[in-house]
Design a binder for this molecule. Structure first.
Ligand code: TXA
Ligand code: MG
Length: 342
């Protein structure tokens, strides 16, 4: 693909400069690509109504065209315009969780081009809460199709530097508002059936969804319908670092030492306070004990160890409790992807 210059603009996360936002909005209206922060991870945005612009997202990311994109909108009223059916449960979830890290999958209208949905008849809609994302949506006056701003199958970016490293030279602009506060991609819930189904666990738990929906909410067992995977992001091979990831239940010391003895360069990610504070020859990243604070820093830790060039990353598996569910989900996907690489 054509190499281009990627501009990076610093922008205040709480009070974004209107001239910078106006420039980004103009790029989107011209069919360009802008990476921007959301409360979860950085997104790679294009005008969702411009099929050519959206096609460029797939090229820039190396993303398979069957994997649908989330359409970001400024408010629930705009979301309803792109839905051919807006069930009462969608309204209840939107009222409770928007703006915020929830993507609601509904039947789409013809206004949404096929390239956005991977040819499917549904569309994922989300109103992000990050002030920069909201300012951009309002200024552009457009729905913005945006996957996470990383090369396909890799770890999502939580800082502008992560975006620059993977997509620099492929997109027009990166809005840099510092680290994203959440750090884990949105919960994706489908409301096209009788009861809602979670396609991707995330910051909003199934229990919280049930409380707001007033009905049972289940987890998706990934399956294919009409040849289109119902939620391709549920494929196990997503969200992986370059290094091989190994999950470890309990103290990581023994596994780290044996991998080092096997001649591998090893990094590790453990929770505070680590059972073994230092291991010779092993680069350690210590993350907070609290799940919300941990989620905010996990991807940056994976990027840091990847960039340091380690062969393997040993991660202490967090406890099997509801607040760690989405984090464990991402870690297990990352492990299975990297394991298949050998
Ligand atoms: O937090 C997030 O969701 C971030 C920020 C940028 O908003 N976006 C994000 O997008 O993670 P992406 O493309 O990396 O992941 C979107 C997930 C994928 O698993 C995709 O398959 C699923 O949502 N998805 C999107 N539209 C869908 C649809 N119509 N039906 C089923 N799954 C859908
Ligand atoms: Mg992604």
């Amino acid at each position: 693909m054509k190499e281009r210059t990627t501009a990076i603009e610093r922008v205040d996360a709480r009070a974004p400069d209107e001239t910078v936002i106006a420039r980004a909005a103009a790029i989107l209206r011209d069919g360009g690509l802008v990476a921007f922060p959301t409360e979860t991870v950085y997104g790679l945005g294009a005008n969702a109504l411009d099929a050519d612009a959206v096609a460029r997202i797939f090229t820039a990311k190396g993303r398979p065209t069957g994997n649908p994109l989330i359409v970001h909108v400024a408010d629930a009223a705009s979301a309803a315009r792109f839905a051919s059916q807006w069930p009462a449960v969608a309204e209840r979830l939107a009222t409770r969780f928007w703006p915020g890290p929830l993507t609601i999958v509904v039947r789409r209208t013809a206004a949404i081009p096929d390239v956005v949905t991977g040819g499917g008849e549904t569309v994922g809609l989300r109103v992000p809460s990050h002030p920069v994302a909201l300012a951009l949506l309002r200024q552009a006056g457009l729905p913005i199709a945006a996957p996470s701003a990383n090369r396909s199958e890799r770890v999502s970016p939580t800082r502008a530097e992560h975006v620059q490293r993977s997509l620099g030279g492929r997109i027009e602009l990166i809005l840099d508002a510092g680290p994203t506060p959440g750090g884990l991609e949105s919960t994706v819930v489908d409301v096209t059936g009788s009861d809602p189904v979670v396609f991707r666990p995330g910051p909003i738990s199934r229990e919280a969804l049930e409380a707001a929906a007033g009905c049972p909410v289940s987890y998706c067992v990934p399956r294919r319908i009409d040849g289109v995977s119902r939620s391709p992001g549920m494929a196990r091979r997503h969200y992986a670092p370059r290094a091989r990831l190994r999950l470890c239940d309990g103290d990581t010391a023994e596994l780290c030492r044996s991998r080092t003895r096997a001649g591998r360069s090893v990094g590790r990610i453990v929770r505070h306070p680590p059972a073994t504070p230092e291991i010779e020859g092993v680069r350690s990243v210590v993350l907070p004990a609290d799940s919300v604070a941990y989620a905010a820093k996990l991807y940056a830790a994976l990027h840091e160890l990847d960039d340091a060039g380690v062969d393997e990353i040993v991660v202490e598996l967090p406890p099997d409790r509801p607040e760690w569910f989405a984090i464990r989900d991402r870690l297990m996907r990352a492990e299975s992807k990297s394991a298949s690489d050998g």
